[in-house]
Design a protein around this ligand. Structure first.
Ligand SMILES: NC(=O)c1ccc[n+]([C@@H]2O[C@H](COP(=O)([O-])OP(=O)(O)OC[C@H]3O[C@@H](n4cnc5c(N)ncnc54)[C@H](O)[C@@H]3O)[C@@H](O)[C@H]2O)c1
Length: 497
């Protein structure tokens, strides 16, 4: 049976919670008749009041004409009876996230709606194929994954199950577009695109923290200053709550059969088990009774002392500092030695190049345009760290001093984000274009990871990953074949197979 968007006039929304209410609102303001169903009459009433109030606010702000607002409200009705959905052309289910309950509902719905009605689920974590398993007609079951808050978040993931008909997917995409949304096609797998793609940011930050490299506030600061994230990974985890992000991380790790690239840390589990859930309980990685740290301002360039250093490798990487007056010279046995590792730590570079560990400082210059430099030294103390940081500060740079880390903080997290996005392209979680849209619109990332990888240079990202893997000995840093092939052939990371 072929399904067509032109047939969709009336839509049923089941579940009048946070998501269902938002979906019903946007459908009604986009011109569709909507029946909002919930087993609780109270939930429908509460949702209705919220929708009316939000529509009124849109009118006050001039975003809706008063008559459009009234028409939208009139298009929306509520009912506790599933039979009220008998004449809808599409149902969006947004009830409790339990497979048995969703399967029971879908099987019940099949007895009520017409054979031409599309059955869409807003599930975040269940597979569409597993929900469809309970249905006689699996070809009309599809995923339509909205993001909270639905009226504001533009992205919708459209997910076909193993048996979903192409015309059902196309119709669902067209409906999302008619709702003013940006649909992307996601593979029916753990976390779809967005919840899977979000893992690298959180979990790599947790690994860095777990290794004692830097504390949450410092990692957040670096990611905001260096990479343009609006929120640091720990602030974000506190906002979503450990009761959400820890189970999602576990589910995705299990779903992808323990791929180490997706592993979270024991520290994350501990936060969850200890009830340190984040903002909602007043305590997570931050204590919400205290003032939260603010971003430091970049220092003014001041009168500078002379600093002469040795650059044993990749001297050209230091142009940003030599432009600021850093001078280089032959080693006199006492001067600082500066290195700029990609995915190595300072200790590995000291050992590989046979350097004096007490005089070697590793410098991350990847965010120098943003006024930030991250530095680290090998264990055992440094004779020159103070001189180097003083000079950098006088040169108008904010300096973050961290403990030794392969790939520092920002290059390490960013490389993991790019590598994961490459892997998602490789295993067909989404097309390169859809992955970019999903990561920017669904996660509010400041960049499309594949484009950002191209901007850094695929070869550089690959070298960082290979060095991370070599330094740590961990499979976690295994480069994706997608990245390897494109880096080696000098192709864009968005080049299709
Ligand atoms: N909250 C989010 O950020 C978010 C984002 C994307 C997707 N989702 C998914 O959307 C779905 C709903 O999430 P939510 O946060 O809106 O939940 P919610 O708890 O706010 O609302 C669920 C509603 O469903 C109703 N309900 C439960 N079982 C029902 C049934 N058998 N028949 C009719 N009504 C029933 C409940 O009474 C409740 O009003 C879940 O599958 C969730 O995974 C949630």
């Amino acid at each position: 049976m072929a399904y067509a968007f032109e047939d969709i006039r009336k839509v049923g929304v089941i579940g009048a919670g946070i998501m269902g209410a938002g979906i019903a609102q946007v459908l009604a303001t986009s011109g569709f008749e909507v029946v909002l169903n919930d087993m609780s009459a109270e939930a429908i009433e509460k949702a209705r009041a919220g929708i009316d109030a939000r529509i009124d606010r849109l009118t006050e702000k001039g975003r809706l004409e008063p008559e459009q607002a009234e028409a939208a409200k009139a298009r929306l009705s509520g009912s506790c009876e599933l039979s009220a959905l008998s004449d809808v052309q599409l149902v969006v289910e947004a009830i409790v996230e339990r497979l048995d309950v969703k399967q029971g509902l879908f099987s019940e719905l099949e007895k009520i709606v017409s054979p031409k009605t599309i059955l869409a689920s807003n599930t975040s974590s269940l597979s569409i194929a597993s929900i469809a398993k309970a249905c006689d007609r699996r070809d009309r079951v599809v995923g339509m994954h909205f993001f909270n808050p639905v009226p504001l978040m533009k992205l919708v993931e459209v997910i076909g199950g193993a048996a979903t008909d192409r015309s059902v997917i196309d119709t669902t995409r067209a409906l999302a577009e008619a709702m003013g949304k940006v649909p992307v096609l996601a593979k029916d797998g753990p976390g779809f695109i967005v919840n899977l793609g979000g893992r690298a940011y959180y979990t790599e930050a947790l690994h860095i923290h777990g290794e004692g490299v830097a504390d949450p506030a410092q990692i957040d600061r670096i990611m905001k200053m260096a990479a343009g994230f609006r929120m640091g990974p720990f602030e974000l985890m506190d906002l979503t709550g450990m009761d959400v992000n820890y189970p999602v991380s576990t589910l995705i790790f299990e779903g992808y059969k323990h791929d180490r690239r997706l592993a979270t840390t024991a520290g994350h589990a501990y936060m969850f088990e200890a009830g340190l859930l984040g903002r909602k309980v007043g305590q997570g990685f931050y204590d919400y009774d205290q003032d939260l740290p603010k971003l430091p301002s970049v220092p003014e360039e001041g009168a500078r002392s002379e600093l002469s250093v040795v650059l044993p490798e990749r001297a050209t990487d230091f142009a940003a500092l030599t432009d600021r007056g850093l001078s280089t010279a032959a080693d006199d046995g006492a001067m600082p030695i500066l290195v700029s590792p990609l995915g190595e730590d300072c200790s590995s570079m000291v050992a590989r190049l046979g350097l004096d560990r007490r005089r070697t400082v590793a410098v991350d210059l990847s965010a120098v345009q943003m006024g930030l430099v991250t530095v680290m030294t090998a264990p055992g103390g440094s004779d020159v760290l103070e001189d180097v940081t003083r000079w950098l500060t006088q040169a108008g740079l904010h300096v973050e001093v961290i403990k030794d880390s392969p790939g520092f903080v920002a290059p390490r997290i960013v490389s993991m984000i790019v590598n994961l996005c490459c892997e998602m392209a490789q295993i067909g979680v989404g097309s390169p274009a859809d992955l970019g849209k999903a990561m920017t619109l669904g996660l509010n990332y400041p960049f499309n990871p594949l484009d950002h990888g191209d901007a850094i240079g695929a070869e550089r990202v690959l070298a960082t990953m290979e060095e991370l893997q070599e330094t740590t000995g961990s499979e976690r840093y295994r480069p994706s074949l997608w990245l390897k092939r494109r880096a080696r052939l000098d192709l864009s990371l968005s080049a299709p197979d």
